[in-house]
Design a protein around this ligand. Structure first.
Ligand SMILES: *Cc1c(COP(=O)(O)O)cnc(C)c1O
Length: 241
């Protein structure tokens, strides 16, 4: 299906539509578009389809499961293609070794144990420090992943002392099914938490990135300062996935 010219056209149209919607949201928020990185989430599709998205112009790609990221990264690398890979879901400690060489960002740091294991592996493999975002749970929903805001400071202080990591911001999800107002308040809380944490840690790290906003709530996220938005389903409309 992915070699079908009409599939390529659909992926290109989806990408262009998403890009235009993000540009529009940026303009409404009075923010430069270049400050907002669109990350295409490829977890719904196979590697050949993900490649069509990359070729349409989406250079930052994300998976939520390490194994799926490995498989797709291998497929791209075999063709000499090098997207910027983001891991946006949980990283199990036994998957760190293989994942580290492939990703440019980890959005889901949620424990000191994980931070320490990443640090050790970065040192062992002599890799540059890995840019990571602390995943925070601002909705208070205990079924959601991420560290509670009350524990974010401790995690940040400890992780920022590890030379194998470069903590560069926060990642969060909204309650999604809430009202537009609630979602905005949740994203505002993430930004305020970031500002607060930045004051506490000072120049030890620069928390420039706010990874928030998905297909259903990227407008609210952009209005509240998102610098990275993670778009999945909106990019795969009419593809039949
Ligand atoms: C799947 C996923 C997304 C993309 O969600 P859509 O609603 O499909 O845009 C974003 N972030 C994370 C962590 C995800 O797992």
């Amino acid at each position: 299906m992915s070699s079908d010219p009409s599939t390529l056209q659909t992926v290109q149209e989806n990408w262009q539509r998403v890009y235009a919607e993000v540009a529009d949201a940026a303009q409404h928020a009075n923010r430069p578009l270049k400050d907002i990185q669109i990350i295409g989430v490829t977890k719904y599709v196979d590697a050949p389809l993900a490649k069509l998205l990359f070729e349409s112009g989406c250079q930052h790609l994300a998976e939520n499961r390490p194994q799926l990221l490995w498989d797709k990264a291998e497929h791209f690398a075999a063709q000499g293609l090098t997207p910027t890979w983001h891991l946006i879901g949980h990283l199990q400690r036994n998957k760190i070794r293989k994942t580290l060489k492939l990703i440019s960002y980890l959005h889901s740091l949620d424990s000191l144990r994980l931070a320490e294991s990443i640090h050790e592996e970065v040192v062992t493999q002599q890799l540059p420090p890995l840019p990571v975002l602390l995943e925070v749970n601002v909705t208070g929903d205990s079924s959601k992943t991420g560290t509670p805001p009350s524990e974010a400071e401790k995690l940040l202080e400890a992780s920022s002392k590890l030379s194998g990591l470069k903590v560069c911001g926060l990642m969060a999800m909204s309650s999604q099914h809430g009202s537009v107002d609630l979602v905005r308040r949740e994203f505002a809380a993430v930004r305020q938490l970031r500002d607060q944490l930045q004051q506490r840690v000072g120049s030890q790290c620069e928390l420039n990135e706010l990874s928030m906003g998905m297909s259903g709530d990227f407008r609210e996220a952009i209005a509240e300062g998102a610098t990275m938005i993670r778009i999945g389903s909106n990019l795969w409309k009419s593809i039949g996935v």
